[in-house]
Ligand binder design. Sequence first.
Ligand SMILES: Cc1cc2nc3c(=O)[nH]c(=O)nc-3n(C[C@H](O)[C@H](O)[C@H](O)COP(=O)(O)OP(=O)(O)OC[C@H]3O[C@@H](n4cnc5c(N)ncnc54)[C@H](O)[C@@H]3O)c2cc1C
Length: 477
Amino acid sequence: MPKTETPVAFAMAPVMNSQALQKFAVLGEKEKQAGGIKTRAAKSSTDSVWETTVNRLHFEALKGNKSTDVLIIGGGIAGILCAFKLKNAGVDCLLAEAAEICSGITKNTTAKITLGHGLIYDKMIKRFGEDTARLYAQAQDNAIKEYARLCKDNDCGYQTQDNYVYSLNDRKKIENEVAALTRIAVKAEFSDACELPFSVAGAVRVKDQAQFHPLKFLYAVAKDLPIYEHTKVWELLPHKAKTNHGEITYKKLIIATHFPINNKHGLYSLKLYQHRSYVIALKGAQHINGMYVDESDTGMSFRSYGNLLLLGGGGHRTGKKGGCWQELEAFAKKHCKNAEVVGKWATQDCMTLDDIPYIGQYSKSTPNFFVATGFNKWGITNALVSANILCDLVQERCSPYADVFDPSRTILRSQLAVNVFESVIGTLTPTVPRCPHLGCALTYNRVEHSWDCPCHGSRFTEHGALIDNPAMDDKKI
Ligand SMILES: Cc1cc2nc3c(=O)[nH]c(=O)nc-3n(C[C@H](O)[C@H](O)[C@H](O)COP(=O)(O)OP(=O)(O)OC[C@H]3O[C@@H](n4cnc5c(N)ncnc54)[C@H](O)[C@@H]3O)c2cc1C
């Protein structure tokens, strides 16, 4: 098979804008030395702090037909890290991105690099046993260490931080999680988390985790990779992908499109749902050392970026109602007096049935298709875990972590009943408009002025333009 020609990456000059400069006046050491942060004007009032403080990279669209050993679909953190690992391993690969790299969920993350993914380990031990929980934690820990190595020569604001998962009212849950982590050889301790501007029942503290600027990191990683932007895969045939610019012939395929785009296999429309969260950037708030997250699905999350405090929360199943930015703003008013909201954005992630992502062979009947999805809002470490596992699997090597993340594991979990219920209700509800994905009734999101699907999480603008998949196309509203 001929080697794929590497497409050209070029950097766009930053557009200096004094308002944006003031808005996100967050200077890292290197940025201060360089004479100030480089920002560009926000395209919309809900651009994330990462988008406005980075020089974007651009790649050409595919021209004509190509052939490759491994085609990666999707240029978010998962797809980019897969391409990075495969290229470094000497594997011929190509990445096709429908829009621009990092323009999906990744641009809106809070970018904590941690294995403290909520209170999952006590549950995981009870559900799957100690070995699975140990391997899950080990895979995350390896990713954290690898980020530390990769960030050494990458000016991406990487900072070591302790991570805290707190509970507002249940000290016992925290004690159980500390005990669970200790059993699987993760160093964790009970903490009062007294730095927070409100009291908590306790927190699990894991030291030496990290945070960074995700787009600065990923653009540096992506710059020499074989990427085609504005190249949307419309149809998947065995060994051939049809895009809006030509066809790509492949031997193996990695689907890293956030919500997987192939409905025929793997039951992803039952195994996944999407959960939406909101973030505000506060200037003038108390500086918080460390990264914090509430153990509750609807609780808050905190980290700093320069002189800003990033506050996340207000979450809800996509298509349903939730606290949104209002809840965050009310919280800030109460606990961060005198702080000013200087930015806000929102995003969503794919949630699995059992807190473990789906990374591996797409389905039992598709031996050459692989997937990385269902990161449960912890895609920074899990994307690198995906890249490591999939790099082994496409080269037909064993991965010690493959069984833990196997997408074909049992789906008999209580969340399955909720997902089926939502799909049935969505299908039977007679209202229009309907989602082009599987025909569910869309609901109007008054906060973000969009049409959202409660079944699988597709979203559309008021005028019907596709914002978030699994739908593949715009909707006529
Ligand atoms: C509010 C919030 C905060 C978070 N904070 C953290 C955190 O602190 N730490 C952490 O670990 N995780 C965090 N996460 C989770 C993490 O951000 C995500 O899991 C991760 O960014 C998902 O990356 P992805 O590559 O899977 O998806 P995406 O970034 O969405 O990438 C998928 C790409 O595929 C492309 N695509 C889709 N369809 C096609 C097609 N047909 N053809 C070609 N391309 C296609 C899209 O355009 C997109 O660019 C957070 C999530 C949320 C919601």
